[in-house]
Design a binder for this molecule. Structure first.
Ligand code: C5P
Length: 231
């Protein structure tokens, strides 16, 4: 079983990513590769992680027409990744296309992104939505489950009600995690690993709290211990 703590490799080169992976050691076996590293280093960074036995969450945040999403999911499956993201707000046809395209890759889980954790209630009206993150997350997460997605990405605050709402076994992956309260940067809906685990998160994502820490391995271990404490 891969670790429930996923380390976001939001770094500037494959060399930096490899150095961090090396530093974190065997216990850290779950990494998120996002658009920054993918654009900097290309898909080789993903295949090299997969070849070294790591589980990769390829955070493509797809929001495209169904045919294009299906193609991108197939490409992700061929790279051997185990999680990939699609925006739930792209609609049920897009999510169904993503799930169908992932079928030939048994390890591949399609996660639906609900509302990014840098947004809060007052940000929603400017994009035409009622000012309730909770209502929007509930709506999109339910649609994602109905469309066959294996999991959702949402903040720990939402995990509390999503874990009751969604079918058993649905993955609930929470970014916006800080090791201690009060250290938020651009994250608005933040929580600690304990809070997230207590709320029903199955996985947490930590980026800068580990990658920018003076001792990344110690921060990783602290996050893992705190998550297990809270579960
Ligand atoms: O903030 P942090 O460095 O921990 O971010 C790690 C990952 O979590 C980012 O790659 C991003 O995709 C996700 N995240 C998010 N919403 C935020 C902050 C981070 O989805 N507000």
């Amino acid at each position: 079983m891969p670790a429930p703590v996923i380390v976001a490799l939001d770094l500037e080169s494959a060399a930096e990513a490899n150095a961090l992976v090396e530093r974190l050691g065997a216990e850290a076996d779950h990494y998120k590769v996002g658009l920054q590293l993918l654009a900097e280093a290309g898909p080789q960074v993903v295949t090299s992680l997969v070849r070294s036995g790591k589980h990769v969450f390829l955070d493509l945040k797809l929001h495209e027409i169904p045919n294009s999403v299906a193609g991108a999911i197939r490409a992700a499956g061929k790279l051997g990744v185990s999680m990939v993201t699609v925006h739930a707000s792209a609609g049920s046809a897009v999510m169904r296309a993503a799930v169908a395209s992932a079928k030939p890759f048994p390890q591949l889980k399609v996660l639906a992104l609900t509302v990014i954790t840098s947004l809060c209630d007052t940000d929603l009206p400017e994009i035409g939505l009622p000012a309730s993150v909770e209502a929007q997350v509930t709506r999109l997460a339910s649609l994602a489950a109905l469309s066959g997605c294996h999991g959702v990405v949402a903040s720990a605050r939402e995990a509390a009600y999503l874990s009751n709402l969604l079918p058993k076994g649905t993955l609930i992956v929470c970014p916006g995690i800080q090791l201690a309260q009060g250290t938020a940067t651009d994250q608005v809906r933040v929580a600690t690993p304990q809070d997230a685990a207590g709320a029903g998160a199955t996985h947490i994502i930590l980026g800068r709290a580990i990658t920018a820490a003076p001792d990344p391995a110690a921060s990783f271990r602290a996050a893992l211990a705190a998550f297990r404490d809270g579960a």
